[in-house]
Design a protein around this ligand. Structure first.
Ligand code: E4P
Length: 221
């Protein structure tokens, strides 16, 4: 399973990268705004900064909602760096743009996916990644994880190459259950990755080992 971090915060991206388990980054316009990044040249520089830190796919989202606009923006973004993946919303013109980018060899991530039908469309259109938002489904009392299982089943039936990128992952149990269900990738905030480290028995066990080692080294023979 690949681990992507879902943020535009460079310090957090560096921290995940330093841990040695980071495979890529996803961003969205809200995450960019949260870091105070605005204006075309700043946005472009920020994507380049992210690509400098992580050697893996970096999703950069288009803002246009019409086919021509998405194509124009997507081609510009893709030309920035070989690791850029153009993030396209699951709307009618988005599906057309996915097909266009796929024919041009430009990598895509179809975002804002909330149903198996949408995931099927994205795969048919040649998306490289499909992003079902599990946390946002949970927010409206719908089981987001069930959707991951459904998409896995459908993609396996037809050997679709589109990777399932479980998005809107909110906590470590989401991540673990996505891994059990066979999601290819998960994207979440830093704490969804670092949270995997934690277990009280690890801390208690380590404390005991170190105390015993210290005691033994004080014993005179
Ligand atoms: C995915 O690419 C999105 O950026 C993201 O996972 C959305 O997560 P949220 O629902 O926590 O905002």
């Amino acid at each position: 399973m690949k681990f992507f971090i879902d943020t535009a915060n460079l310090d957090q991206i560096r921290e995940a990268q330093d841990l040695g388990v980071l495979d890529g980054v996803t961003t969205n316009p809200s995450l960019m705004a949260k870091e105070g990044i605005s204006g075309e040249s700043n946005v472009i520089q920020h994507y380049l900064d992210i690509c400098e830190i992580v050697d893996g796919p970096v999703s950069a989202e288009v803002i246009s909602t019409d086919f021509e606009g998405m194509v124009q923006e997507g081609e510009k973004l893709a030309a920035l760096h070989p690791n850029i993946v153009v993030k396209v919303p699951m709307i009618k013109d988005g599906v057309k743009a996915l097909r266009y980018f796929s024919q041009k060899g430009i990598k895509t991530n179809c975002t804002l996916v909330f149903s198996a039908g949408q995931a099927l469309l994205a795969a048919k259109a040649g998306a490289n990644y499909v992003s079902p938002f599990i946390g946002r489904l949970d927010d409206i009392s719908t089981n987001g994880l069930e959707l991951i299982g459904q998409i896995r089943h459908i993609y396996d039936n037809y050997a679709f190459q589109t990777e399932i990128l479980a998005a809107s992952v909110r906590h470590t149990m989401h991540l673990i259950q996505c891994a059990e269900l066979g999601a290819d990738v998960m994207t979440g905030p830093l704490h969804t990755i670092t949270g995997l480290l934690k277990h009280p028995l690890t801390d208690i066990g380590l404390e005991q080992f170190l105390a015993d080692h210290k005691k033994a080294s004080q014993v005179k023979v």
